[in-house]
Design a binder for this molecule. Structure first.
Ligand SMILES: *Cc1c(COP(=O)(O)O)cnc(C)c1O
Length: 420
């Protein structure tokens, strides 16, 4: 046996997480997670499950009956929806404007879809016309979109796409992991058939639970698959095995039967994560969705003003920036990673690096969820300015803070989240 030393009890350093996610969880969410477990079919538990469905209908702004949690990170929500709806050979269209569009294409390919992509340069989004033109050409069964792509910090306008999809009989999915709770998303009004999210961005929780919602049309598409039958779940479809949803864990037909009144045993609901997801939604609705989105807009604007005040360039088309993440161009001659390291070492503040074509070119700074607060914005700006000066970049001393303060002065009342 190799030498073994028992590690110390977990005691992570206290950090201020100002990257593109995860961010610090709201302490109320952490307290909810520390609650003792109960049985899977305890009426208290099934009651919490029903409450969670009702809460997320409000969060997604939908009447969809099937609004529930997939156990796993946001990717689990994406995968459950794609695996359960895409049949081998289905044509899907993916407009790609960042890393997460590529992810949707990759998962769809694993479902053996015929994947068609259209692209814009990173830092831009699609016009509805461009998407409609591609729909006419490709004639897809599904349109797979990303709402907010943290890799580029941009927000794809979705409001007009539902109508386009309806006209062409296309099922419309969006990944709203990065945007939900910090940017407007109206599932029903915008005609979106399926949305998936996660807790670790604007929802102010830890990663590990993926709220999703499914329209009646999406439900019908899933139920039409040769799912393993309800009840004893014997599989008696010899022909067309291709039609069977290839994942048991992500079979939404079975997951609906578990969350629905049938309560057919599937997995063991991740109780502590359900407590977290329920509390995230409860806190959001206590604040009010509109207030919450306005809070993200305000602190995002203050961060932007501060960065511009410091004389730094920002990334991408600002008209389509998410409220909750900002891309900051790393100034020439500055080592981006060294700056991030010093922010972490000396201030315990984390900001994000970047991927793909943006690697080494921009930092990504988040103002989301529990950290969409004035104190977090001002601390981050002050620390970043100090570190940049330490690294030899001469900024106009103090301008970052003054510019951010000006944004705050311009609004009279700010709804601040209750401190934990
Ligand atoms: C952050 C993010 C995710 C994260 O997925 P995880 O499985 O929770 O890591 C997914 N999609 C988008 C658009 C994101 O911004």
């Amino acid at each position: 046996m190799p030498d073994f030393v028992l590690p110390a009890q977990i005691n992570p350093p206290s950090r201020l997480l100002m990257g593109p996610g995860p961010i610090n969880a709201d302490p109320r969410v952490l307290r909810a997670m520390a609650s003792q477990l109960i049985g899977q079919y305890d009426p208290a538990m099934t009651g919490y499950m029903n409450e969670t469905m009702a809460l997320y209908r409000q969060v997604f702004e939908t009447h969809n009956r099937w609004t529930l949690l997939i156990d796993g990170t946001s990717r689990a929500g994406i995968e459950a929806i794609l695996v359960s709806t895409i049949r081998p050979g289905d044509r899907v269209l993916v407009p790609v404007f960042g890393r997460f569009g590529h992810l949707l294409g990759e998962i769809a390919r694993r479902c053996r879809a015929e994947v068609h992509t259209i692209e814009v340069p990173w830092g831009e989004v699609f016009t509805p016309d461009r998407i409609e033109e591609a729909i006419k050409r490709v004639k897809p069964r599904l349109l797979l979109t990303v709402h907010g792509d943290t890799s580029t910090t941009l927000l794809q306008p979705l409001a007009e796409l539902g109508e386009i999809c309806r006209r062409h009989s296309v099922l419309f999915y969006t990944d709203a992991t990065a945007s939900l709770g910090g940017n407007t998303l109206k599932t029903d009004d915008w005609g979106i058939d399926a949305v998936s999210a996660g807790l670790q961005k604007c929802l102010g929780g830890p990663s590990g639970s993926a709220p999703i919602t499914l329209s009646p049309q999406m439900e019908a598409a899933i139920r039409a698959r040769k799912c393993v039958e309800a009840g004893i779940r014997t599989q008696d479809h010899q022909d067309g095995d291709d039609e069977m949803i290839y994942s048991n864990y992500f079979d939404l037909g079975m997951i609906m039967d578990y969350w629905g009144p049938e309560r057919l045993n599937h997995h063991t609901e991740a109780t502590s994560m359900l407590f977290a997801a329920r509390e995230c939604a409860r806190i959001m609705l206590e604040e009010g969705m509109d207030n919450r989105i306005a809070r993200h807009a305000l602190h995002g604007k203050a961060m932007l003003a501060g960065i511009q005040g410091m004389g730094l360039e920002t990334f991408g088309d600002l008209r389509h920036k998410m409220n909750n993440v900002l891309g900051v161009v790393i100034p020439p001659g500055i080592n981006g990673e060294a700056v991030r390291q010093q922010l972490l070492d000396d201030f315990h503040i984390e900001i994000g690096t970047s991927f793909g074509p943006l690697q080494g070119k921009i930092w990504r700074i988040g103002t989301m969820g529990y950290n969409a607060r004035k104190d977090c914005v001002l601390q981050t700006l002050a620390a970043l300015e100090a570190v940049l000066n330490r690294h030899g970049l001469r900024t106009v001393q103090g301008e970052a803070m003054q510019s951010a303060w000006k944004v705050y002065d311009s609004v009279r009342s700010v709804t601040a989240p209750a401190k934990g």
